[in-house]
Design a protein around this ligand. Structure first.
Ligand SMILES: Cc1ncc(COP(=O)(O)O)c(C=O)c1O
Length: 461
């Protein structure tokens, strides 16, 4: 096993330079590529020349296979709100492990997590578990269709909701195809989707009441669902402006559209979740990530009238849904152990740390003269390659200079010992304190220099 080194002893850990072809990292990547396309099971894992490989994690620190320790600001794409190897979650998992990992029968942990969420989230009356956010989004869309008897759905441009076919539309549109700002084109964001998907999905511009009003005047009566995220990372965490989410609630009610809040990531922003903080009062809410305490999970909850479509007690339900591992006792046990360690004061503490990080890192970017910012709220952060206020997906430039700046910022942060995704996503975890925030700010200043250099290289070429 590689010897553990801290970044305080290894001043920098540049991915490419410190991981030459003979390194353990390069070897693992080459070997993985023999068996898995691109050496990976997740698109997000990969970045050039190859990702770091995790050896182990403890608290908010992750050690890679070279023995280099970094602060983990990514936390399995924001899922690990308590960081790695949280003692109470581990204890609860081990206790459940001794009694079995999965059954064909319901077990009490599922009930405990259901009760906890229904009591905590104001818009929930009933909840149904799934195995991932993607699966839960799929179930929410099907519930909306079955409830309304309509087929088309609406979503916002630049909003990611997992990889169910009907939501893989216009989350990564590029300027040559995205159409007018007030009526964005629906563009497939992946291969492998049926041709009909683009016409089955209406794409809306976020934070634009006038455009949404006009588009729903034309299409509102055809729509089963309108899907939003109170704080969407792929669009740079734009905050809803002028009660935009209350407006969505009203207008969807007018047209009989089911309003779905995707809180797979944004549930983190408050004790009661994203809609409770920013508005919307959704009919259905989708969960994932932190509610599984580090194990796979997804869930849909909401109005009893809609959720009743899943109820088998009065005969075959209107909507058939299953899943060998849905309601799994291990995930539910870990989820309960994670959420019961999150009282409102802990959200406040994380938010204060997050505010400090955002303010000071942004000052460091401004000092370095780099067009970049840390956006987000609460424990969520996103490094974005722009210094203009972010209103929607199009606020973040998609040109080569911005892409180079983003690569420079990502590489700079990684080299300075801070893990964020290559798209700049990050999240605080409860083991973090002021020390980790200070280290992020110092890393951001270092990354700003790398980004400035990358931008110069692009402008010269
Ligand atoms: C907002 C949002 N919805 C849905 C999903 C899909 O969740 P999962 O990756 O668990 O399938 C994600 C994943 O990151 C997400 O960010």
């Amino acid at each position: 096993m590689a010897q553990r080194q801290s970044l305080e002893t290894v001043a920098v850990a540049p991915d490419q330079e410190a991981h030459p072809p003979a390194s353990e990292t390069a070897k693992l990547f080459a070997e993985s590529a023999k068996y898995m396309p691109g050496g990976t099971s997740r698109l997000h894992y990969y970045y050039q020349p190859y990702p770091i490989y995790a050896q182990s994690g403890r608290g908010c620190y992750l050690t890679d296979v070279e023995g280099v320790e970094r602060i983990d600001y990514l936390n399995n794409m924001t899922a690990l709100i308590h960081g790695h190897a949280n003692p109470l979650i581990n204890e609860a998992i081990v206790d459940q492990l001794q009694r079995g990992t999965a059954f064909s029968e319901p077990a009490e942990p599922e009930l405990k997590l259901a009760r906890l969420l229904v009591e905590r989230v104001p818009s929930l009356e009933k909840i149904r578990f799934a195995n991932s956010g993607t699966e839960a989004v799929m179930l929410a869309v099907k519930l909306a269709r079955a409830y309304t008897g309509r087929s088309r759905i609406a979503k916002f441009e630049g909003f990611y909701h997992g990889y169910y076919d009907y939501v893989q539309v216009s989350y990564a549109s590029q300027p040559d195809a995205w159409g007018p700002a007030h009526a964005p084109h629906s563009v497939a964001s992946s291969g492998g989707l049926a041709d009909s998907v683009e016409s089955d999905v209406l794409t809306l511009p976020y934070n634009d009441r006038e455009a949404v009003t006009r588009l729903l005047e034309r299409h509102g009566h055809e729509l089963a669902a309108l899907l939003y995220d109170p704080l969407c990372n792929r669009s740079g965490f734009p905050l809803p402006q002028d009660d935009f989410l209350a407006f969505l609630r009203e207008i969807t009610r007018d047209y009989g559209i089911v309003l779905i809040s995707d809180e797979v990531i944004s549930f983190r922003v408050s004790y009661h979740g994203g809609a409770a903080r920013y508005g919307g009062d959704p009919d259905l809410t989708v969960f994932g990530k932190i509610i599984g305490g580090g194990l796979p999970i997804g869930a849909v909850g909401g109005s009893a009238a809609i959720m009743a479509l899943l109820d088998p007690t009065e005969g075959p339900p209107a909507l058939a849904s299953g899943g060998t591992y849905s309601g799994n006792p291990l995930s539910a046990t870990a989820g309960c152990a994670a959420l019961t360690q999150l009282p409102p004061e802990e959200f406040d503490r994380l938010e204060a740390l997050g505010d400090d990080l955002r303010a000071r890192a942004n000052a460091a970017f401004a000092d370095a003269g780099v067009a970049a910012q840390i956006s987000g709220a609460g424990s969520l952060i996103l490094v974005a390659p722009t210094d203009v206020p972010i209103v929607n997906y199009r606020s973040i430039p998609k040109d080569p200079a911005a892409a180079a700046r983003m690569r420079g910022l990502h590489r700079g942060l990684m080299d300075a010992g801070v893990i964020v995704s290559k798209e700049g996503l990050g999240a605080l975890s409860t083991p973090m304190g002021q020390r980790e925030i200070d280290r992020f700010v110092a890393a951001a200043a270092q990354a700003a220099k790398a980004a400035a250099q990358a931008a110069q290289t692009v402008s010269r070429s």
